[in-house]
Design a protein around this ligand. Structure first.
Ligand code: NAD
Length: 503
């Protein structure tokens, strides 16, 4: 079946109990290709009955899965990774048609999804607890890691496959079932993608489509046991609040407004290429996009000139063509981004290049790769997430100033510095208030290292050992194999332990 035929066959469905199930509510979202604005399918909100059905099935499936051994789970996960790799061309084409990113970016995303699944396949069986030194002679004391039960994944639109795998792989190897609520903008590709997990058994991985209401029902349901949310700050806040009221565990990964510092010792052309990648990858729709630039005055003019050059070289167009940047994901995303861009211009930013919509692309939600100069650190664009292809550049006089401005933010996701000065690298590493610091290496991820934010960019971590522990309870066990009397605690208390004074 072609990608377009698949979109038609997935329209209006959920993935419940190992099969596509036609939704019973009327379809209420058209799915549009952001490069052509053509309708490629439709979605519906899962009903309360469908939500209850999926949660009931997930709880049963989780109990079966939790009885399987760790090697079996590892082997099953490796097979999923292999299946994802086999189907990368299809997933990449579907993702590009549904969300606009270039085919290469979609293909890379499918590849990163597979590596995360392979990573957690092994990490999941590496250890499931630890032995503690006993506090009593002859005792055996240990902790066990146990699954939470049914984990709800609420996902954003920008990296729907790899974020799904970062979280689902960790949750599954820990013995959980997952229910995924994808973004309204990426549900059809997700419905196809999760079929790669079918070998795990029916009902262990399910997908319910729909909007905020469906997410809320999953969050509030008494029989879901954790919510892993990735998306905007305000949505994250409301989910964290709801879960706190129920003492339900959460992983909250939200927005970023990452700084990018350039110091005089940096190789300026390389730094500018790195900046173009950080600012324009996925049309600027990366949570850890480089969003605000603090460039030392000694190299400001040279850096601006090189970044303008690299921005002008970016070919914008349909992600299925030979281009470097596709459109923004939806009309709403472009309108939101353009409001932020126009506000910056109103506040005095000068357009170095771009600043509008590419000529000749009348259909589709395209935007220019844009460089803004004459930026004051107080401008709104330096304090809000733009989530679009813009690089606003602020001149600074010193590393102290760059670090202070970088940290003057409610966000704390990623951060980048370009310098070849060792002392500056170390200062930035220690002083930047962020979950990730990239020194001359913008926007890299490593499955083996924790990813996540500080401040309002989130609570908790994905990836690495930290990303696995989100999805596990610990249970501490103290065992006396000899069942000896514990006279040091038990009754009767000895008279010599009584209060020694006078009452
Ligand atoms: P969003 O907050 O609008 O939506 C995210 C998901 O939440 C969607 O599936 C949506 O349907 C659902 N949702 C919305 N309201 C809800 C509610 N009240 N209850 C339950 N679910 C609800 O975010 P988005 O626009 O899809 O994604 C973009 C944002 O995601 C950006 O801010 C970006 O920085 C952030 N993001 C963060 C990370 C990270 O790791 N920190 C990664 C990717 C994206």
């Amino acid at each position: 079946m072609s990608a377009l035929e698949l979109f038609a066959s997935l329209s209006g469905c959920h993935w419940i109990n190992g099969e596509l199930q036609a939704g019973t509510s009327p379809s209420n979202y058209d799915v549009l290709d952001p490069a052509t604005e053509q309708r490629i399918g439709e979605l519906c909100d899962a009903t309360r009955e469908e939500v209850n059905q999926a949660i009931g099935i997930a709880n049963q499936a989780q109990k079966r899965w939790n009885r399987t051994n760790a090697l079996h789970r590892a082997e099953a996960m490796h097979e999923i990774a292999a299946e994802i790799r086999r189907q990368r061309p299809l997933f990449a084409e579907m993702l590009t048609r549904e969300i606009g990113k270039t085919y290469k970016e979609s293909f890379d995303e499918a590849s990163w999804s597979a590596t995360a699944v392979d990573y957690y396949a092994e990490l999941g069986r590496h250890e499931i607890g630890r032995v503690a030194g006993p506090v009593v002679d002859g005792q055996f004391n240990f902790s066990l890691k146990e699954p939470l039960g049914v984990v709800v994944l609420i996902l954003p639109f920008n990296y729907p496959l790899c974020l799904l795998c970062w979280q689902a792989a960790a949750a599954l190897v820990a013995g959980n079932a997952v229910i995924i609520k994808p973004s309204e903008l990426t549900s059809l590709t997700t419905l196809q993608f999760v079929q790669a997990f079918a070998g795990l058994g029916q009902g262990l991985v399910q997908v319910l489509t729909g909007g905020a209401e469906v997410g809320q029902q999953l969050v509030r349901h008494a029989d879901t046991h954790m919510v892993a949310f990735t998306g905007g700050i305000e949505t994250g806040r409301s989910i964290a609040r709801e879960c706190a009221g129920m003492y339900k565990r959460t992983l909250i990964e939200t927005s970023g407004n990452d700084p990018f510092i350039v110091m005089p010792s940096a190789p300026i052309d390389i730094a500018a290429r790195g900046a173009a990648f950080g600012a324009y990858l996925n049309c600027g729709q990366v949570c850890a996009s480089s969003e605000r630039f603090y460039v030392h005055e000694a190299v400001y003019d040279a850096f601006v000139e090189r970044l303008i050059h690299h921005a002008r070289c970016i070919r914008v167009g349909n992600g299925l063509d030979k281009v470097d940047m596709g459109p923004l994901a939806s009309q709403g995303q472009r309108e939101r981004y353009e409001r932020i861009l126009h506000r910056a211009i109103e506040q005095g930013a000068r357009v170095g290049t771009g600043g509008g919509r590419p000529r000749g692309l009348d259909k589709g939600w395209f935007a220019d790769a844009t460089v803004l100069t004459d930026i004051a650190a107080t401008m709104d664009i330096m304090h809000d997430e733009s989530f679009g292809p813009v690089a606003p550049i602020c001149k600074v006089a010193s590393l102290d100033e760059a670090l202070a401005l970088s940290n003057d933010s409610r966000y704390g996701l990623g951060s980048t510095i370009y310098t070849t000065n060792l002392e500056e690298s170390m200062r930035a590493t220690h002083e930047l208030e962020a979950g990730m610091v990239w020194v001359n290496a913008p926007l890299l991820d490593n499955d083996a290292g924790p990813f996540g934010g500080r401040k309002q960019s989130g609570m908790g971590r994905q990836l690495g050992a930290e990303g696995l522990d989100n999805f596990r309870h610990s249970k501490f066990v103290m065992m006396d194999p000899a069942a000896s009397a514990q006279d040091f605690w038990w009754f009767p208390f000895r008279d010599e332990d009584a209060f020694p004074g006078q009452r």
